[in-house]
Design a protein around this ligand. Structure first.
Ligand code: TEU
Length: 570
């Protein structure tokens, strides 16, 4: 990455739209493209540069669109292809870009490719997916007869029996999401053609869903290996065989040649890569290798639970510093980081890492945002995060809709866990916390729909909504505007080197960013305590406040959940 001409996305901020919950325009209680078009002004006002649109393709919605049955269409639930073209035009008209969600590790089981593949063992598309006979010596359907012992991301085995052929097909996620076989060049070429089709239509890049799972560790004879046993479960861990597999870099470089050659610079390519390491990420995001611009790593959103996300434990600040610091250092000389707290798969950060009580919600939301946006990398803002949306007050299991949560509840209870404890974990960690409708105003359905929302609106919307914050300079929304403007205006924020300070401190997260002799000192108090800043960081003395989340007061004292961006005196 040439320091003289860093790529445009090093100065960009990306906004994620989860269309199902963003804005409904036809009163059916489900968000849609008409709704996104209605809110383009909000995105322009916020100052974001790119919109990442979660899937709107035709889908049976088993996993809210991450199960696609037609890659080159729009589900009528969400609107029309014409409306998508209108959205591309509307965003381009305001200098923003649109990135589509590319879900090609798997399709829906209702996709014509899978319907054809399943139709017969002799189907010309049989090898487009992973079909295997029962485990040697076992009869199809017998417990344990699955070809490997792999545990799925959404609980249960990763193999589904097809009674007609007596064979099993692989699905790392839900059984209605069969994995594509990327070993088959026909599959890869079909995906590349689809991607070119979207780029020719004007979209500006892709967020690639679980892209580091497309290469499976398969033997020359087609053998797939069992995984190490998982504690308390009759399954094994699939990740050694499916995460960043042996041909992953070959596939991504081929994709690059086949799809992006000649139009690379204008695009944004971000890969979602569960289980990725810093070492892997250096390979994935090294511009010289022609693979991805950045990846979503999961380390910092995996520090507050043990093994399964549904075994939450307290977050130790030191762990967060160590993790984020390691990724900053690890990609300092090559590659690039993506920066996020929230997305459609994570519970709301202000409830998880901050303090969503009335006293500290605004302060902790703006403190967390400052910390994130001042790191080196491309920040992602998830819908509603810009005005401090929090986790929702879910009750019983009947309140949840997310396949991952419901499958986990069923499996955990079936394995003898106390339903009340499992529910408590769901309330804290379920993805549905991120999927409640966006709170645009204080009206009954928060301005999201005139119908009945598919998931209830969080009752706290009466106080916490966009309309209440739009003209309030002290609001979470106003603070996000300022953070985004600072990244656009100050090259130190976009390109400055990162240095962690106070690595051992349990509450204060501090670091510097430096570029060509200019420097910023960032100090964030991630807790309800008060700290002696002058004592902790003498270099803060006399520094100019570039941006703070609290009204200026005693410069020597760091107040609860206070964040300051300082320009130290030279
Ligand atoms: O998520 C992949 C993924 O890693 C998450 O499922 C994760 O394991 C979990 O939810 C975090 O707790 C991607 C999409 O973002 C997700 O919405 C889809 O459900 C999944 O892939 C399958 O397409």
């Amino acid at each position: 990455m040439s320091p003289e001409h860093p790529p445009w996305w090093t100065r960009a901020v990306v906004y994620q739209v989860y269309p199902r919950s963003f804005q409904d325009s036809d009163g059916d209680g489900i968000g849609d493209l008409g709704g996104v078009l209605q809110r383009v002004d909000h995105l322009a006002d916020l100052g974001v540069d790119v919109v990442w649109l979660s899937p709107v393709y035709p889908s049976p919605q088993a996993d809210n669109g991450y199960d696609i049955s037609d890659y080159t269409g729009v589900d009528p639930l969400f609107g029309t292809l014409e409306q998508l073209d209108d959205l591309v035009a509307a965003l381009h008209g305001r200098g923003m870009k649109l990135v589509m969600d590319l879900v090609v590790n798997h399709t829906s089981d209702e996709h014509p490719w899978f319907v054809e593949s399943r139709s017969s063992p002799d189907s010309p598309k049989r090898d487009w997916y992973w079909w295997r006979p029962p485990r040697e010596g076992m009869a199809a359907g017998q417990p344990g007869a699955e070809p490997t012992n792999w545990h799925g991301f959404f609980s249960g085995p990763t193999w589904e029996l097809d009674e007609a052929s007596g064979e099993y097909y692989l699905h790392l996620f839900d059984r209605k999401q069969p994995d594509l076989n990327w070993e088959n060049p026909e599959v890869r070429q079909a995906v590349y053609a689809m991607m070119r089709w979207w780029l020719d239509r004007g979209v500006d890049g892709f967020r690639m869903d679980v892209i580091n799972l497309i290469s499976k560790d398969v033997g020359p004879d087609g053998a797939l290996q069992d995984g190490p046993a998982l504690p308390g479960l009759p399954y094994g861990d699939a990740t050694p065989s499916v995460v960043s597999g042996p041909r992953i870099h070959e596939f991504l470089q081929e994709m690059h040649r086949e799809v992006f050659t000649g139009r690379r610079e204008q695009l944004l390519l971000v890969g979602e890569t569960p289980g990725v390491t810093v070492e892997d990420a250096r390979l994935f995001t090294d511009p010289a290798r022609g693979e991805l611009d950045m990846v979503f790593q999961f380390e910092h959103v995996g520090l507050d639970f043990e093994g399964s996300k549904f075994r939450p434990r307290p977050l130790r600040m030191r762990d967060l510093k160590t993790s984020l610091g390691r990724w900053q250092t690890g990609l300092a000389d090559v590659g690039w980081n993506s920066l996020y707290w929230d997305n459609h798969d994570q519970p709301r950060a202000v409830s998880r890492f901050g303090d969503d009580s009335a006293r500290f919600r605004r302060d902790s939301a703006t403190c967390l945002a400052t910390l994130l946006h001042l790191h080196r990398g491309t920040p992602y803002v998830y819908q509603g995060e810009e005005f401090g949306m929090a986790n929702a007050p879910f009750g019983g299991v009947e309140d949840f809709r997310d396949v991952e949560s419901l499958n986990h509840f069923a499996q955990a209870v079936a394995h003898g866990e106390d339903p009340a404890e499992v529910l408590a974990a769901l309330r804290r960690m379920s993805r549905d916390n991120a999927r409640t409708p966006v709170q645009w105003d204080a009206s009954p359905n928060a301005g999201f729909t005139t119908g009945t929302p598919w998931l209830p609106v969080n009752p706290d919307h009466v106080a916490w909504n966009a309309a209440a914050q739009r003209d309030d300079p002290t609001s979470v929304l106003a603070h996000h505007r300022r953070l985004i403007a600072l990244r656009h205006d100050d090259p130190v924020v976009a390109s400055g080197d990162f240095t962690m300070l106070l690595p051992e401190h349990d509450d204060v997260y501090a670091f510097t960013r430096a570029l060509d002799g200019a420097a910023l000192l960032v100090v964030c108090n991630l807790g309800p305590g008060t700290h002696d800043l002058a004592g902790l960081l003498p270099e803060a003395r006399g520094a100019e406040v570039v941006l703070g989340n609290l009204p200026e007061d005693d410069p020597a004292v760091l107040r609860p959940w206070e964040a300051r961006v300082l320009r130290p005196v030279r």
